[in-house]
Design a protein around this ligand. Structure first.
Ligand SMILES: Cc1ncc(COP(=O)(O)O)c(C=O)c1O
Length: 416
């Protein structure tokens, strides 16, 4: 593979941020969808069919994702945020309740609890992986139980960057403390956990199909479960709380008759999106294979770097590599990270930071939270200070990988 190792291939060109020539002339984004002619044909077929929404393509897509992950039921929904909202509601989370979750995630993981009048408590993360720390979850459950707090209803772990969290340990804790476990698997469709697919544990998991994720439907999401009662509740919540199945109605006023039996939303995915999703599911193994190749090239090039560390869950877990996070090593990581980030952008390498801890968001600080979680989450603070996500998506070329590594090399040279 033609990649320039930041260790071996140090070319002494000046940095673009200091007026030098960038490693590339066009912008390389950190993530990008791959949509081909087959996807376009699938969407066109949906567009010219009788059903643009509420048609057969929804269930086809649901079946494809459920089969891949190995669960009984799937409910396709408008986006990953709606998936979280639906899952929390179906899990019975309501006003005054609390969930334990991670701060190293997109705001939606916590926001969905707020939609229901519930509140997040934050477990710390492992500063090497960004994944929720089971030990920190246990500490929170134990302390709160000892203090007589009965408001905690669920632990919501996030498969950050595509790495499955420690499902078995978290499940054991959930069982011990009698709370539900849910997984925000927005990043992990295509991951592996032990002998099975990643992206599911506990009572429900949710996914997002935003264009930078491992497959896309434009906007879209899904909730996965093995529980029929939850499945029924999710179906109702997705569509106004309306029940149409005759055997479930309270009366029979005629063939038109349906009942709104609970309060729901219009959170439906449409058939155009589902058609794209089913077509993308066929390509998922190939997408993941390419993501793994890119991750392997980055890992090989960076593993002995003094400047950049890589995150690895390793062992019996395989990331879907939605993201490829690197961690700036050493002292003054915050300042160095800012410099590396800005310098990479000037080299036309579109990196991002995932994530600003949710508890640092002004809305949370000023209007939601009653304590300073930054003092309680040193792992998350450290991870946020050091993290940068490198470009990774299936259509990246060898030259793109080489450009990223060359830019990292130039910048490391400057920092040394
Ligand atoms: C971890 C995580 N959870 C939830 C979401 C929300 O998904 P969506 O953008 O589809 O609403 C995202 C999307 O960025 C995410 O990364």
């Amino acid at each position: 593979m033609q990649t320039n190792s930041p260790i071996a291939g140090c070319r002494q060109s000046s940095l673009a941020i200091k007026g030098g020539k960038p490693v590339r002339n066009n912008w390389l984004p950190y993530g990008h969808q791959v949509v081909d002619d087959e996807d376009i044909a699938a969407v066109t077929a949906a567009l010219t069919s009788d059903f643009l929404t509420q048609g057969p393509r929804i269930q086809e897509f649901e079946n494809a994702v459920a089969a891949h992950v190995g669960v009984k039921y799937a409910v396709a929904i408008a986006n990953g945020t709606a998936a979280l909202h639906a899952a929390y509601e179906a899990a019975g989370i309501s006003a005054g309740d609390e969930i334990i979750t991670t701060p190293i995630t997109f705001a939606a993981t916590s926001n969905a609890a707020l939609y229901l009048g519930a509140k997040p408590l934050y477990a710390d993360v492992d500063p090497d992986t960004g994944l929720i720390s089971a030990a920190s979850v246990e500490k929170l459950l134990k302390e709160n139980r000892a203090a007589g707090n009965k408001k905690i209803k669920a632990v919501v772990a996030v498969d950050y960057a595509g790495q499955p969290t420690d499902y078995d340990t978290l499940q054991a804790l959930a069982d011990q403390y009698e709370v539900s476990l849910m997984i925000d698997a927005a990043h992990s469709l295509g991951a592996r956990y032990k002998e099975r697919a990643g992206g599911f544990a506990g009572i429900m998991s949710t996914m997002s199909f935003h264009p930078v994720k491992t497959i896309t439907t434009g906007e879209g999401g899904i909730i996965l479960t093995n529980d029929e009662k939850l499945y029924d509740r999710l179906l109702a919540f997705r569509s106004h709380g309306i029940e149409k199945r005759r055997e479930r109605l309270q009366k029979d006023d005629g063939p038109w008759y349906h009942e709104m039996q609970s309060l729901g939303f219009n959170y439906r995915m449409c058939d155009i999106q589902a058609a794209l999703g089913s077509s993308q599911m066929v390509k998922l193994p190939g997408f993941i294979e390419r993501r793994l190749q890119i991750a392997a090239a980055y890992t090989a090039a960076l593993k002995d770097s003094d400047t950049y560390g890589v995150t690895t869950t390793g062992g019996d877990r395989q990331s879907a590599y939605h993201l490829f996070p690197i961690l700036i090593k050493g002292e003054n990581a915050g300042e160095k990270r800012r410099f590396v980030f800005e310098a990479l952008h000037k080299e036309n390498i579109g990196v991002q930071v995932h994530y600003i801890p949710t508890y640092q968001m002004p809305y949370y600080k000023e209007q939601v939270l009653d304590r300073d979680w930054s003092a309680l989450c040193p792992g998350a603070e450290d991870f946020y200070k050091r993290e940068i996500s490198l470009p990774i998506f299936p259509s990246m070329k060898e030259q793109d990988i080489a450009d990223v590594l060359e830019a990292l090399t130039k910048i490391a040279g400057e920092l040394a």
